[in-house]
Write a protein that binds this ligand. Structure first.
Ligand SMILES: *Cc1c(COP(=O)(O)O)cnc(C)c1O
Length: 344
């Protein structure tokens, strides 16, 4: 990769905010096919007022990251999984999937073009990658669009929850983010509009985020804001919810594998009743943005359950999972086959 002089950014101070980078990838779908796509400098889109993305939420997105290794290589974490998931999201709302291989190529291209924004090894920051697809073009009725834009922008980010690896207090919400047979398992924009109010209520009440229960029985844990949930039992089990209305996280899938194959834990993917959380010695949220975030406490119906160290300390398993995952992502730890893709 051609050397670029790093951008003048205080990497250690980065939060999770948009910072404009040099290039974004953009491709158009028209007359039944995708064009070959290109890198452009303009961060503004000019699109038709009748675009289905505006009126009917015909939009989906992905979230992934690029990391600097110690030797300066730039690494992607399981980009093929994001490509496959975006394909599923597209199918859920009748959009034409962007081909998986072309997706990974486009991600590499845009990361390479913005190499000076990839935070250096050891900074704790990374380059967030946001692929998305929107329905565009003149339209009025509720029906799928005939034209689409697939685009990818990148922006350097620090931790999603400020303060690094520190336990966060969560509260259950009475609202639902998804319906039993709705679009909860697709990364489509509409799910997140519905999550804004419950998130705000939780923050106003002094919590970091809210926990959604399953929309049918309102008994089982589904998600922690826009991240997946896991619990650790004292007898070394990694427990995470199984439900058709949660978003299948690549981080969760990876942690499940690492817990089983690297830490020798038993893995359970099943319903997790909110009534049984006092059996967990540790709990956490996981996702590309959240990485592995320890949950200090969960408040439900006015009752607070605290986890490791009375909710004030990071549990040893959560810490191990965090170190394993981030170590693999920045190239310090041998990855399972196919997990790391180099941008070259
Ligand atoms: C994106 C997302 C996750 C995490 O998925 P990752 O692939 O691990 O980043 C979890 N829950 C929701 C609701 C999400 O949108």
């Amino acid at each position: 990769m051609a050397e670029q002089v790093k951008a003048d950014i205080k990497w250690a101070d980065l939060g999770f905010e948009y910072i404009k980078t040099d290039y974004r990838f953009i491709s158009y779908f028209k007359d039944g096919s995708w064009d070959k796509g290109e890198l452009i400098e303009d961060e503004y889109l000019r699109i038709h007022e009748g675009s289905t993305a505006f009126h009917y939420g015909q939009e989906c997105f992905e979230g992934m990251k690029a990391f600097s290794a110690k030797d300066g290589r730039v690494l992607l974490f399981r980009p093929d999984c994001n490509a496959e998931r975006m394909k599923n999201s597209c199918e859920a709302i009748l959009m034409p999937p962007y081909p998986v291989e072309k997706f990974v190529e486009a991600v590499k291209k845009v990361v390479k073009a913005n190499e000076r924004f990839v935070p250096p090894y050891g900074s704790g920051a990374s380059l967030y990658i946001r692929p998305y697809m929107i329905g565009v073009g003149p339209n009025l009725g509720v029906k799928p669009s005939k034209e689409y834009i697939f685009s990818i922008f990148v922006t350097p980010v620090g931790p999603y929850f400020k303060g690094g690896l520190r336990p966060c207090d969560m509260v259950t919400t009475e609202y639902d983010r998804a319906a039993p047979k709705g679009t909860g398992s697709a990364k489509v924009g509409g799910n997140y509009a519905a999550s804004l109010r419950p998130h705000k209520i939780a923050v106003n009440d002094g919590f970091i985020d809210c926990i959604y229960l399953d929309p049918l029985s309102k008994r089982n844990i589904e998600e922690v804001g826009a991240a997946n949930f896991f619990g650790i039992t004292p007898d070394n089990r990694f427990v995470t919810p199984d439900s058709p209305s949660i978003l299948p996280g690549i981080t969760k899938r990876s942690l499940t594998y690492l817990a089983e194959n690297r830490l020798g834990m038993k893995v359970e993917e099943r319903d997790i009743s909110i009534e049984e959380i006092d059996r967990f010695s540790e709990a956490g949220a996981c996702g590309t943005a959240a990485v592995v975030t320890p949950i200090g406490s969960i408040t439900h119906n006015g009752k607070t359950t605290r986890f490791y160290g009375n909710g004030k300390e990071v549990g040893p398993i959560t810490k191990k999972l965090y170190e394993l995952l981030t170590g693999i992502q920045n190239g310090d730890i041998e990855p399972p086959e196919g997990w790391i893709v180099e941008v070259d």
